[in-house]
Design a protein around this ligand. Structure first.
Ligand code: FAD
Ligand code: NAD
Length: 474
């Protein structure tokens, strides 16, 4: 039986990064991965690269360009006539981006001499892993041993019985990346990150989009001021977001999906050409066969781990979406690095307090640290500095002035406690705030840091100045 220093199960952004970091540290590594792409070929990269972060952002970028040409170019003096969208070509580009990136991981594995074992891994006793091939031409089931095991099996879309996914009329997020034309009418269950991002893609391409959200509050984990601003802007763009709804049944009349739902005003029905179910994701332990291993799961099916991602069994770790914490690719990756370094006898560092979030609508929404309501609930005294993009020179030059930056700092120490952005390129701007918080910067530190002119980042600078009531441009 072949023995490795580390066997990683799952090659999403948690597993593949863990495998590479282990190899960099001189450990022998096998990575077991069962993913088959749309052509039935084994692929690395997990949800994120194949059907998550990357393909959704490819479609968001394509649809953003289309919307710009259709509606916003004129402001720049550009007349674009005969603008049309070839959805199949857009999807083909998205698939190419995915293919290039997933093949890139395969070549990184070769470079680092990581054995990619294609198949589903099942955990046996004594850190043995049985690998069951997923393609017909593959060799037989094999068993390997890991001195250490890293479980990184990710998550899958959550489902509800009242809207069973068939990927013909009712789709999960994976199916919703593959439409061959923009549906005339699109329903989405769930106004979370996926609902808003994919809703934005198809709305920009011409769909009438209705989003049915169970909660009364929109984006409850987002700072209220930003969430309210986002709600107004997205509604104005045409996303029909209905809060406090309960979908009770769906049916089909051969042409359309009939969605029955209730809200405080009573019972309603909408008919849509396609329906996306985007109500969250659940941890994926389906193929792991954990029953006989003694690994503990919590009530929601997540593998229980401590702060260092150690499971209830020594030398078995779990990272990423299959454990507690936000389901984000960069969180999974950093846990992978942390665990690899622990196995190699180094520290293994992970700061859960400064994981950035981004919602890739336009304007983008990004934040790190605490929101105002969290600080109030915790009884922490803070000062607020805000700056609107409308007063930022670069945003004006771009003709993209919606939104603002808000910086929250401790009243006593001036330490930055949270930064919240809604605006153009918020996904890039937030990195400055993460670095600042990683080094325990004060708002004054950020305010005294020279920012290039003219840049959107100057809005960060001004928000930090505003904490001390001395913004220059408002
Ligand atoms: P995954 O990426 O899910 O990878 C797990 C891998 O394990 C899979 O390849 C699976 O095949 C494999 N596997 C499972 N069981 C076994 C087994 N028994 N044996 C072998 N292999 C197995 N996050 C962001 O940070 N930014 C974004 O912009 C973003 N956009 C998203 C958009 C969409 C539409 C979706 C669905 C998700 C998005 N996410 C985003 C979330 C992100 O994709 C996940 O947080 C991330 O992929 C989690 O990484 P992971 O390595 O834990 O798991
Ligand atoms: P989500 O948790 O962001 O949103 C799900 C929404 O569905 C919530 O608002 C919830 O209240 C609602 N909901 C749940 N059950 C419902 C029901 N029966 N009827 C109506 N509404 C219901 O989940 P998601 O949008 O499916 O995305 C899953 C995860 O993937 C995210 O939490 C995030 O971690 C990750 N993701 C991240 C990004 C990003 O970082 N930009 C993008 C996409 C996905």
């Amino acid at each position: 039986m072949q023995t490795y220093d580390v066997v990683v199960i799952g090659a999403g952004p948690g597993g593949y990064i863990a495998a590479i970091r282990c190899a960099q540290l001189g450990l022998s590594v096998a990575c077991v991965e069962g993913w088959l792409n749309e052509k039935g070929k084994p692929a690395l990269g997990g949800t994120c690269l194949n059907v998550g972060c990357i393909p959704s952002k490819a479609l968001l970028d394509s649809s953003h360009h289309y919307e710009f040409l259709k509606h916003d170019a004129l402001e720049h003096g550009i007349t674009a006539s005969g603008v049309s969208i070839d959805v199949n070509r857009m999807i083909a580009r998205k698939n190419k981006v995915v293919s290039i990136l997933t093949q890139g991981i395969a070549s990184l594995f070769r470079k680092h001499k990581i054995d990619w074992l294609q198949g589903y891994g099942r955990l046996l006793k004594d850190k043995q892993v049985e690998i069951k091939p997923v393609t017909e031409d593959a060799s037989d089931t094999q068993v390997i041993v890991g001195k250490h095991i890293i479980i990184a099996t990710g998550s899958v879309p959550a489902t509800i019985p009242v809207a069973a996914v068939d990927n013909e009329r009712i789709f999960d997020s994976t199916g919703a990346l593959e439409f061959n034309q923009a549906p005339r009418t699109l329903g989405i269950i769930g106004a979370g990150v996926i609902g808003l991002e994919l809703g934005s893609v198809w709305r920009r391409l011409g769909s009438e989009v209705v989003i049915l959200e169970a909660m009364d509050e929109f984006l409850p984990t987002v700072d209220r001021q930003l969430a309210n601003e986002a709600m107004k802007t997205l509604q104005k763009q045409g996303l029909d977001i209905r809060l406090g709804t309960k979908v009770t049944a769906t049916g089909s009349n051969n042409q359309q999906v009939m969605v029955h739902y209730e809200d405080r005003d009573g019972k309603h029905q909408i008919n849509v050409d396609k329906l996306i179910v985007a109500i969250g994701r659940q941890p994926n332990t389906e193929h792991l066969g954990l029953n006989d291993t003694g690994l503990e799961l919590d009530n929601d099916g997540f593998i229980i781990v401590d702060e260092q991602c150690r499971t209830s069994i020594e030398e078995i770790y779990a990272i990423g979406d299959v454990v507690r914490g936000p389901m984000l690719a960069h969180k999974a990756s950093e846990e992978g690095v942390s665990v690899a370094e622990q196995i190699a006898g180094l520290g293994g560092h992970m700061d859960y307090g400064i994981i950035p979030w981004v919602i890739y609508t336009w304007p983008e929404i990004a934040w790190v640290g605490k929101s105002e309501q969290e600080l109030k609930d915790a009884g922490i005294e803070y000062r607020t500095g805000s700056f609107p993009f409308i007063a930022n020179g670069r945003a004006r030059a771009m003709a993209d002035t919606r939104g603002m930056v808000k910086c929250l700092a401790d009243t006593q120490t001036d330490r930055i406690l949270g930064v919240h952005i809604i605006g153009p390129n918020a996904s890039e701007l937030i990195a400055e705030a993460v670095i600042a918080m990683a080094f325990d910067s004060s708002a004054e530190d950020m305010a005294r840091t020279i920012h290039a002119h003219p840049t959107l980042a100057e809005a960060m600078h001004e928000a930090a100045l505003a904490v001390d009531d001395r913004p220059i441009h408002i």
